[in-house]
Design a protein around this ligand. Sequence first.
Ligand code: HEC
Ligand code: HEC
Length: 325
Amino acid sequence: MRGWTVFLALALMYVTGLAACAPQAGPPSPTAAAQISGDDRSAAEALWAKIQAAKYRENWATIPGKGTFYQPLRPHGVLASTYLSPGASEALKARPGQMPDGAAIVRETYTADKTPRGVGVMLKRQGYDPAHKDWFWATYSPAGEVRNAGKIQSCNACHATVRSNDAIFTFPVASLPAPEVPATEKDKSMAQDLWQKMQTAKYRDNWDTVPGKGTFYKGQPPHGALLSTYLNPQASEALKTMPGQASEGAIIVKENYTPDKALADTTVMYKVPGYDPQHNDWFYADYGPDGKVNMAGKAQYCISCHGAVQSNDYIFDFPMNPPTP
Ligand code: HEC
Ligand code: HEC
C-alpha cells in the first residue's frame, strides 16, 4: 500500500503545484513558486525561449503513433502532446542508450476539454546531474511562466524507475539486443494455455485497465494504433503497490487495434517464476485476432525493446518502483 500512497501523494503534489500557479489576480508572487536557484531559473527561461524559437509544435516530431492529445498516465494530465527535439527524435530511432546532450522532450498537458494545463520539459545537460541521468526539468504555465526548474525532486523520483532507459517511460532509448531464442513446443503450448486462461477469466469484463487510460488509447509502433491494456489482479496489484517486480502469475494483455478498431493482434506478458530468470521471468506471447500463436516464449523481438526498461521490470506503461530521491 505504501508505494501507492507515495504515488498518490506525488500526484497530488503535482496537481496542487499546478493549482497554486493557476492564473490569479495581481502580480505573480515569487514565493508561490518552488525554490529555484537563479541559474536554474534563467536556464528555464532560456529553454522556453529556445523551444518557442524552434517552433516545436510545427517543427518537432511527436512520438510515432501517439500524435497529439493522447491519454498519458496520471499525474500527467488527462491529455498530452509530447514533442521531441531533433536529437531526441534521432535517439528514438537509433536507440543509442541515452539521449545526446541538448536533447529536449516537451510535454504539454491538457484537461479533458483540451484546455492547456501546463508544459513540462526534460532537457539533457551533460554533467548537470549525473545521479539522475543529467536531466534538467522545467515546468511552465501554458503562457511560459516558470513554475519549477532544475533537479526537480518529484520528477526525478518517479522517472528513476526507468533509469535503465535514460529515465524515459514512453519509448525505448536503450538497446539491449538479446540472443534469438526460438519458441519451443513447450512455449507454444504454454501460449495456448495462457490464451485459454485469459478467455476463461473473461479479461475484458473482469480485469482492470491502466488507470486513466481505459480502452482504445493511442499507441505506437510496433504495438497498435489503438490499444487496450488489461491487468489481471496480480498485475493490477503491482501497479498499485509498486513492489519493483510483478508477482507470480501477473498477466498484462495488450490488445493492438488498427485505426478503425479492428483487432490486429494481442500481445501478452506473463510472469512465470523460473521461466527466464535472466529477464525477470517474463513469458511473451503474440496472438492473431483468432488466438493463433504468432510468437511465444523468450521472444528476443519483444525483449530487445522491453529490455530498455529492465529497471522497471520490463514495463513501459507505469512505474513499478516507488519514487526514490
Ligand atoms: C508519479 C510518477 C511521475 C512523476 C512524479 C512525473 N512523471 Fe513524467 N512520466 C511518468 C510516466 C508514467 C510517463 C509515461 C506515461 C505517460 O504519461 O504517457 C511520464 C512521461 C513524461 C514525459 C515524456 C517522456 C517520457 O519519459 O516518457 C515527460 C517530458 C515528463 N514525464 C515530464 C515530467 C516532469 C517535468 C515531471 C515533474 C514535474 C514529471 N514528469 C513527473 C511518471 C511521472
Ligand atoms: C519496438 C519496441 C517494442 C517491441 C519490439 C515490443 N514492444 Fe511491447 N511495448 C513497447 C512500448 C513502447 C510499450 C508502451 C506502450 C505503448 O505503446 O504506448 C509497450 C507495451 C507493452 C505491453 C504493456 C506493458 C508495458 O510494458 O507497458 C505489453 C504486454 C507488451 N508491450 C507486450 C509485447 C510483446 C509480447 C512483444 C513481442 C511480441 C512486444 N511487446 C514487443 C515497445 C515494444
